[in-house]
Design a protein around this ligand. Structure first.
Ligand code: HAM
Length: 418
């Protein structure tokens, strides 16, 4: 084949078979599990009015300031390809006046303009759940547990869970003031971005990846040390509900997360095998977000898991050499109609089947069957038609035998080895 004139945009991926099938399997495991916890699927647009994200993800967050794919549409409206799912879900729940409490999940593509590297893409998949209208710490713990169960189901055992609490409207102002003061004392050691953050959103500094900033805030006061009694109690209950399930978690009192809407519980799943982009997913509580969208006082908690990172962290499943596919081969043009009928019958019986209608010769059809990685060929010639049998060839072993026509679907299915 000649080189294509166009290549895919930087930071995007082509999911080719069998990787596309692997991706779909992972999505399937997630959907199944989410539904087992009572979540129902929501599908929101892949782009929203820019204000939806600015208002919620946070004006000072990296996602909003540096990573959004924003554009003006032809009517000069400000639009943005969704960088995350939570704001769109909250907007949809309010706009459609959905009854609360409600549990929703989503699976789909998201877009962030970052520097592409392993595990970090400009278009990526997220698997997310949002529980709106539930305030109990037990739901925080359930959401956290849900994520670990998902990773376990996929055979990802090297995933640790970090948990923190970043306080609420009650305790945050005093904490912010203390943090601000402490950061001002070490201002010259912070990067230019963090120097701005001191005024705009000091908590964000804990999320900075610049080494000097990390060192500079090592002994800065953390939100955990300033929790009000209500937040302290909530946090203890989250932790004890996790312990009750035997879920080992690490306390990380610097875990503030990169988005602005969180309060109280924050958590992240970290994989030891992923390298720099080691966060498999994360989430937290966001009790003020619905209100910020103009809705009633409504608590919320949720998570999102990175699809590509999950695929990278999951153990490689051996891909079978042959697919569950039967290739119907006709000997002369006179049997093409019968080949078509047999393929239809197999499909009706739930057996994937394909015919090469273009090939002129049997050899060409066998080549097509091989290219399609079919498990077997079913050959129909004038003799077979007259005798009411088919010649079934197992393409893995090369074995060939005759099968009565009415037994064909069962015999083919028996050849599908895995
Ligand atoms: P987030 O931490 O920004 O949270 O993203 C969640 C996960 O999406 C990350 O842990 C990572 O696995 C994946 N991810 C993020 N950016 C990229 C990228 N550029 N390439 C590949 N994977 C990426 C949220 O988005 C929140 N909405 C989570 C949430 C839901 N909080 C409450 N409800």
């Amino acid at each position: 084949m000649t080189e294509p004139k166009q290549s895919r945009p930087k930071g995007t991926q082509d999911f080719l078979p069998p990787d596309s099938e692997r991706k779909r399997r992972v999505e399937g495991v997630f959907r199944h599990l989410a539904e087992r916890y009572g979540y129902r699927e929501i599908i929101t647009p892949t782009f929203e009015h820019t204000a939806v994200f600015v208002k919620s993800s946070g004006e000072a967050s990296d996602v909003v300031t540096k990573e959004m794919y924003s554009f003006k549409d032809r009517a000069e409206r400000d639009m943005t390809l969704r960088p995350e799912g939570t704001p769109g879900v909250v907007r949809a729940v309010l706009e459609n006046r959905l009854r609360l409490p409600i549990r929703l999940y989503y699976v789909g593509p998201f877009f962030r303009y970052g520097r592409p590297q392993k595990g970090r893409y400009r278009e990526f998949g997220q698997l997310g759940v949002e529980a709106l209208g539930e305030a109990s710490p037990l739901i925080d713990a359930e959401v956290i547990y849900f994520g670990t169960e998902f990773f376990e189901l996929l055979g990802i055992h090297d995933c640790s869970v970090q948990v923190n609490s970043i306080g609420c409207r009650e305790c945050r102002p005093a904490y912010r003031a203390t943090l601000r003061k402490s950061l001002l004392e070490r201002k010259e050691r912070l990067c230019a971005d963090c120097q701005v953050r001191i005024e705009r959103n000091p908590l964000r500094i804990f999320d900075c990846k610049v080494e000097t900033c990390r060192l500079a805030v090592q002994d800065a006061p953390t939100p955990r040390q300033y929790l009000c009694p209500g937040c302290e109690r909530h946090h203890e209950q989250v932790l004890s509900a996790l312990s009750r399930r035997g879920l080992h978690h690490e306390a990380n009192d610097r875990l503030v997360r990169g988005l602005d809407y969180y309060n109280r519980t924050t958590f992240e799943y970290i994989s030891a095998s992923l390298g720099a982009q080691d966060s498999l997913g994360g989430g937290g509580r966001y009790d003020y977000l619905v209100e910020e969208f103009g809705g009633p006082d409504t608590p919320g908690v949720g998570l999102a898991i990175g699809l590509e990172r999950t695929i990278l962290a999951a153990p490689a499943t051996p891909t079978p050499a042959r697919r569950h596919l039967a290739f119907v081969v006709w000997l002369t043009e006179a049997e093409m109609g019968a080949a078509q009928d047999l393929a239809d019958k197999l499909r009706a019986d739930g057996v994937p089947a394909q015919v090469d209608y273009d090939a002129r010769k049997v050899k060409g059809q066998f080549r097509s069957a091989d290219a399609a990685q079919a498990a077997c060929c079913i050959v129909i010639g004038p003799d077979e038609l007259a005798k009411g049998i088919y010649s079934l060839k197992d393409l893995a072993t090369g074995e060939q035998r005759e099968v009565p026509s009415d037994a064909i679907s069962g015999e083919v299915r028996a050849l599908f080895r895995d």
